[in-house]
Write a protein that binds this ligand. Sequence first.
Ligand code: SAM
Length: 288
Amino acid sequence: MAVLGNPKNTIEILQKYEFHFQKKFGQNFLIDVHVLDKIIRAAEITKTDFVLEIGPGIGTMTQYLCENAGKVMAVEIDDSLIPILKDTLSEYNNVSVIHGDILKLDLNRLVEEENNGKPIKVVANLPYYITTPIIMELFEKHVPIESITIMVQKEVALRMAAQPGNKDYGALSLAVQYYSEPYLVANVPPNCFMPRPKIGSAVIKLTRFKEPPVKVKDEELLFRIIRASFNQRRKTLVNGLRNSSDLSFDKEQIIAAISKLNKPDTVRGEAFTLQEFAEFTDYLAKEI
Ligand code: SAM
């Protein structure tokens, strides 16, 4: 089986199986070996690693992963790609393909069964329509993970890595940075994919923290407060939280918690660091 990471071999496989791209599954296949190399290098895959690939497509990156990892598990939703993967991965005996929806699998159970519960590495050129739900599922369900190295929309990568005061800083930055250390690996232009996406992409590596960098008594309340703070970006923190249907703090309670952090009551959520959100949440939790 020919190596797939170039346009010629990719087209050959697509024609052989009369494959039609499905927009609804976010299908943009990688056709650039340099990008594939960069992803594998950034993920630091070794023969002792168990790798979960989300959305293998026709198996382009999967072949690279099989060459470098101990074991690979690839989860693909599209029926018509399953016979293709059987063909393109036929030379490898360290891969299993699961036909299913990544958001419906019990990943904790899979890691327990397949890797004795030891942390795995996730590598993927993600379907962009469900990037955030996938990342949050992996983090919030506490799936044992060492790192996540993924291709995402460039704009999403910037949001994940943004710091307070930056225009891209928001609920996604805080969620990602509560669980992991983000590192922007590379920008990837549309011509590295087939078909070409309209927007630029980027590879980002999220290295999972063993412990979150801040301590908070009620993790769930922290994220409800963060989401409410950024729901209405131009509003002050006080108004954002008061208008949230998910929280029931009154104005005085919110202002009192803000003043404990020595901030003015006109402060906006985008000025708070993760540490400040954690302290703010602990103050408000006392009011419940
Ligand atoms: N990894 C391949 C590559 O780089 O060429 C394909 C990447 S393509 C951007 C995204 C892949 O995810 C497609 O193969 C698509 O069918 C698959 N996919 C979309 N939604 C999925 C889901 N919910 N669960 C599993 N796979 C999914």
